[in-house]
Design a protein around this ligand. Structure first.
Ligand code: GLC
Length: 610
């Protein structure tokens, strides 16, 4: 499994490469104290962006290469290399989080790194990137929205835009000014561990909601706007067998029909960055595909922002790192998410330019694209975190938006004898640990790369919310269904544990044995059974469908479990529609609307109400 942070490779760097380190951005000899954090007053207070062509003309090759280099927060340590190498960007990979973790410590951390950047010769501000894919997920206390598959079920672009706007303002409040979102993957095979990051299986749905998310992130009002990043270009959701980072085998016409629309609409919405996919197309790694990255994305679609690679993705192209760099940069990748061996990257790219294998014109094009986005998002004017936004992270106003998104994301698959909504006065037995686990309802990319069970941030579980909605006198709870017989209705919550990326790839999507045992126990009560699914994708229901009187899909709702209780209790009506076809069995997967023979258990767009 790819390490999310690891030792820097400076200690292994050959003497030649080390000697090639840029003179203009000189690493203090022998380590030394981090450069003075005295930033010229005009830079600290913010200043208008300079004329970018004039700035580019002033820049040395080393300073240009620095702008093309993104390092991870863990690898960068105290940040002296930000100054020493004039790095243009840092990121917090899923597990590169400050300790302690709060909006305030994030803002202090990003400001510290920004100070290093502003104290360089040209003082070009740094841009800090995070995976704000369902809210500013890394920050403890931030509001976490339903993951994209749940937003896909809302079919509501205006709501998606409002959610993205809140995400932008909370992300900016943490000091990050670049969100690696929206994912505009079109998930065609539920075995893929990133299905939940997609708005769904339909190119049209992804096209509309992806553009709405871009607008919400980038137009969130001056101080709150952040650079968006449409990802992962292109075809990440169409790999054979749903294998993460696998191979998408399709003719160009099908690739364009299914997987390109999200990028076309994101470009039209003004997206400022695009991240390349780890996956390949017909065996050619996307990071080396000049036809798609430069000719199609930048040429045909007219994308004027910058292209960033994925986490250490170029390393995977071949055993020859220098050749990987040459191939990726010449394919049109403008910034490399290195993110650990960044000193080696800088030295090797410099050597490639010296050897004429990467042209100065390509370097200038990449740097100009990057600088343009930094100017667009006011990084010169406002280089530091806006502390008013920091204070608003996790606000009641933001949580209300997320709660509404949860309500609208729920899909009612079955409701025999009007079991739902839970009538006033009815006694309810709620069961299953997932009903009372904030981490389970948040899923991956939640204060940690793969998320985790338990309570690690602020939010409301389904259990807490139902107790508030029904009153604790009407609600009993167990993790195993014991006590269900004393109630009038039983609600069992089942689904998936948190995961991210390839760790979520599954050959089987049946319910776990413990979840099946829970349902069997609940069924023994003889009372009407409501099954609530907290999962990042359709699961194979099997007998559960006949055992249950009602089935509700809550997807991965995030921190505001109250939105689930609102629908179950009848405070809100279910309006969600399936963003993906629901397979009868594994044998049916992949099954997508438009297939010649299409017979899923529930079709794309299905959803009941009352
Ligand atoms: C990951 C993901 C990408 C994410 C990046 C930074 O591997 O593929 O979606 O933005 O690394 O965390």
């Amino acid at each position: 499994m790819r390490s999310r942070s690891g030792p820097t490779r400076r200690s292994f760097l050959g003497a030649a490469a080390a000697a090639a380190l840029p003179p203009a951005c000189v690493i203090p000899r022998g380590g030394g104290a981090a450069p003075s954090s005295q930033v010229p007053p005009d830079r600290r207070a913010g200043r208008p962006a300079p004329d970018l062509d004039a700035l580019l003309a002033q820049m040395t090759l080393d300073e240009k290469i620095g702008q093309m280099t993104q390092a991870d927060k863990t690898a960068i340590g105290d940040g002296r290399d930000v100054h020493g190498l004039c790095l243009g960007s840092l990121l917090s990979g899923g597990d590169s989080l400050p300790v302690p973790n709060s909006p305030q410590t994030w803002a202090e951390m990003t400001d510290r790194f920004q100070t290093q950047a502003l104290s360089t010769r040209l003082g070009i501000p740094l841009i800090y990137g995070v995976d704000a894919v369902h809210g500013d997920g890394d920050v403890r206390g931030a509001v976490l929205f339903p993951h994209n598959i749940g937003l896909g079920a809302t079919r509501d672009p205006e709501l998606v835009q409002r959610a993205a706007r809140v995400t932008a303002r909370e992300t900016a409040g943490s000091g990050a000014r670049w969100a690696f979102a929206p994912c505009v993957a079109v998930a065609r095979d539920e075995r893929w561990g990133r299905t939940y990051e997609s708005f769904g299986e339909s190119p049209e749905l992804v096209e509309v909601l992806g553009a709405a998310a871009v607008r919400g992130l980038q137009d969130a009002g001056d101080a709150g706007a952040v650079l968006a990043c449409a990802k992962h270009f292109v075809g990440d959701g169409g790999t054979a067998g749903g294998k993460d980072q696998g191979d998408t085998r399709a003719g160009e016409a099908e690739l364009r029909r299914v997987h390109l629309p999200g990028y076309r609409s994101a470009v039209k919405a003004g997206v400022g960055s695009v991240m390349v996919s780890y996956s390949s197309w017909n065996g050619v790694p996307m990071h080396g595909n000049r036809h798609l990255v430069t000719e199609v994305l930048k040429g045909e679609l007219g994308f004027t922002g910058f292209v960033v690679s994925d986490w250490a993705a170029i390393d995977k192209m071949s055993p020859d790192y220098t050749a990987d760099i040459e191939r990726a940069v010449n394919a049109g990748v403008d910034m490399i998410m290195v993110p650990i061996r960044y000193r080696e990257f800088v030295a090797r790219l410099k050597a490639l330019v010296a050897a004429g294998r990467v042209s100065p014109a390509r370097i200038d094009d990449a740097v100009r694209r990057i600088l343009r986005q930094k100017a667009r998002f006011k990084l010169w004017e406002r280089p530091f975190a806006d502390r008013a936004l920091t204070a608003a992270v996790g606000s009641a106003e933001h949580r209300a938006v997320a709660r509404q998104a949860v309500r609208q994301s729920l899909v009612l698959l079955k409701n025999d004898r009007a079991t739902l909504p839970l009538r006033p006065g009815v006694r309810v037995h709620l069961c299953g640990f997932r009903a009372d686990d904030l981490g389970v309802q948040c899923g991956g990319w939640s204060v940690g790369w793969r998320g985790h069970k338990g309570t690690f941030t602020t939010g409301t579980t389904v259990r807490q919310a139902l107790e508030q909605a029904l009153g604790s006198a009407r609600l009993t709870f167990s993790t195993d269904g014991a006590g269900a017989a004393s109630a009038d209705v039983v609600v069992a919550v089942v689904g998936e544990d948190p995961y991210a990326e390839g760790s979520g790839d599954r050959a089987k999507l049946e319910l776990s044995p413990s979840d099946r045992a829970l349902i069997a126990s609940a069924k023994q009560s003889g009372k009407p059974l409501v099954v609530v699914l907290i999962a990042g994708r359709p699961l194979i229901l099997g007998d559960v469908l006949s055992d249950a009187s009602a089935v509700v899909v809550a997807w991965l709702p995030g921190t505001e479990g109250a939105g689930v209780a609102d629908v179950l209790s009848g405070a809100a009506r279910p309006t969600g529609k399936l963003p993906c076809s629901w397979p009868r069995s594994m044998a049916q997967i992949p099954v997508n609307v438009g297939d010649a023979s299409y017979d899923p258990l529930f079709p794309y767009g299905f959803g009941l109400s009352w």
